[in-house]
Design a protein around this ligand. Structure first.
Ligand code: URA
Length: 206
């Protein structure tokens, strides 16, 4: 097998989604597949729920109102959007922006896992309960947001450890004053997690 760069390996994952005809009903109602965006060499991956209207028309995740808020929060912690990798669990826009269904999340999960295997991030920020429960099925986002957890991902034969930070979804927090502040406060934990990981002295609060 020839050596593939991360970008080439991710392109293969994308092509597999198309070839495997994942969620054909969702695909038929969507403009295009919204696969992911950003730096595949980043140590931080942000995972959302599913594309909305703006994402469906541009092919890029988090470019609508929720994406603007995400960009603002990244700025508050001095992280450039281009320096992180951003994707969603479900990669086609659900009709009328409805919540993704359990079978849709299940169908897309192996491809999200493949993306993570290629990127090998150190930190996964799960934006909202749909993304977070892919990793922690029992999670209650109202209780568990902002509590970083070290977990081992063992999808195929090469287990690797990440820090998972579950957060509220930016769209849910956008127009809710107290949730918005909570999300901003939880976001401010990210630089500490990064520097503690760099110094290998991460103490998790849960
Ligand atoms: N909400 C998401 O979960 N993902 C996007 O890409 C946009 C909005």
């Amino acid at each position: 097998m020839p050596f593939l760069s991360k970008n080439e390996a991710l392109e293969q994952v994308k092509q597999n989604i198309l070839k495997d005809k994942v969620c054909p009903d969702l695909a038929a109602g969507a403009t295009q597949l919204v696969f992911g965006d950003g730096d595949p060499n980043s140590s931080i991956v942000f995972i959302g729920e599913a594309p909305g209207k703006a994402e469906d028309s541009t092919g890029l995740p988090f470019v609508g109102a929720a994406g603007k808020f995400l960009n603002e929060m990244l700025e508050t912690i001095d992280l450039k959007r281009s320096a992180v990798y951003i994707t969603n669990i479900v990669k086609y826009r659900p009709p009328n922006n409805r919540d993704p269904m359990p079978e849709e999340k299940k169908a897309f999960l192996p491809y999200l896992q493949q993306q993570l295997e290629v990127i090998q991030p150190k930190i996964v920020v799960a934006l909202g309960r749909h993304a977070a429960s892919c990793f922690l099925p029992q999670l209650k986002i109202s209780q568990d947001h902002g509590h970083a957890k070290r977990i081992t991902l063992a999808f195929r034969d090469q287990p690797f450890t990440i820090v998972l930070l579950p957060l509220f979804h930016p769209a849910a927090a956008l127009y809710n004053g107290s949730m918005r502040q909570t999300l901003i406060d939880d976001f401010s934990l990210i630089p500490d997690i990064i520097s503690q990981l760099d110094n290998s002295e991460l103490v998790l609060n849960k």
